[in-house]
Design a protein around this ligand. Sequence first.
Ligand SMILES: Cc1cc2nc3c(=O)[nH]c(=O)nc-3n(C[C@H](O)[C@H](O)[C@H](O)COP(=O)(O)O)c2cc1C
Ligand code: SF4
Ligand code: SF4
Length: 293
Amino acid sequence: MKVAIIYFSPCGSTRKVANLISDEFSKHNWEIQMLDMTKDKNIFPNGNVDKFLEGIETHDLLLVGGPIYIDQLHYNVLNLIKKLPQADGIKYSKDAAVFTTFGKITSGVGSSQAAIALKLTGRNNWAALEVDSEHCIARNTPYHISTGLPGEEVITLVAELVSYLVKVVSSESRPIDDVESKLVGRFDDFPHLTDEQVVTKSSFPKIKFNYDLCKKCLLCVKKCPVNYLVVKDGYPTVSPIDSCVHCTNCLYYCPTGAVIMDMNYQETFYRKKLKEQKLEPDGPSISKLILAD
Ligand SMILES: Cc1cc2nc3c(=O)[nH]c(=O)nc-3n(C[C@H](O)[C@H](O)[C@H](O)COP(=O)(O)O)c2cc1C
Ligand code: SF4
Ligand code: SF4
């Protein structure tokens, strides 16, 4: 049996979960194909997913993972799901599952979006794992959120997810309903759904450099998950296509403070959101596993 695991992980939490899932499948003696979208030269910054998708090998189960940005599954992941080849039940299995990571504020509608999009490609989504993880923007403010997560606490959930999927895929029959109805039902009263791409592009600050402080170490370029930062005359600069996802890696890793981004607005925003939900920034993990049945 073989599982294909596609994921996008600008800051590394989704990759941690993908690796845990992969380790768990190996315990069941499954073959694994890991397909990491992050930094993929075909996809970023040009947005061409075709070459990447051609690399998907024959599999018995497909897992797709990505971060939650503005209550939603990251648009790069959702766009990729929409372009997946139709499941034929031979090369591309009809069995699928999704995993997301979020920075405690909310796992939002990411899993249900993925389930709906997967269905349109002929796949049934049997499970959704939503993992409370370090909030990558909050790394850059004094108000850290979910520091150290995902950690060992998620191992039990991953084991449960994988043994459930192994059981479903190895069986002759399938659950009557996929997980979509459970996921969509959870969000009947979800407040108005914003367009994540519009919000991030219009409200998030643009990256700027203070070249007087820059030591030309190019760590920012290396850590940019979408190849938006490039090198010109030895210095980092932005590429003409705006593929920035506002992950704040460049800000976080720059050793000299040469990357400039104003974090005040974000910090006030998520302080307010956590308070509304009576959540502590470094409180216990609120990860969840939802199974079809
Ligand atoms: C632009 C942006 C928007 C985000 N929006 C949310 C959100 O709505 N809810 C939340 O809980 N976390 C939010 N996060 C935090 C990420 O979901 C979290 O850090 C995630 O684990 C990142 O995954 P990665 O490490 O694989 O990149 C956001 C992060 C960024 C950069
Ligand atoms: S990480 Fe900072 S110091 Fe290094 S190249 Fe980028 S901006 Fe310059
Ligand atoms: S430019 Fe900075 S914030 Fe934008 S995607 Fe690259 S590393 Fe992330």
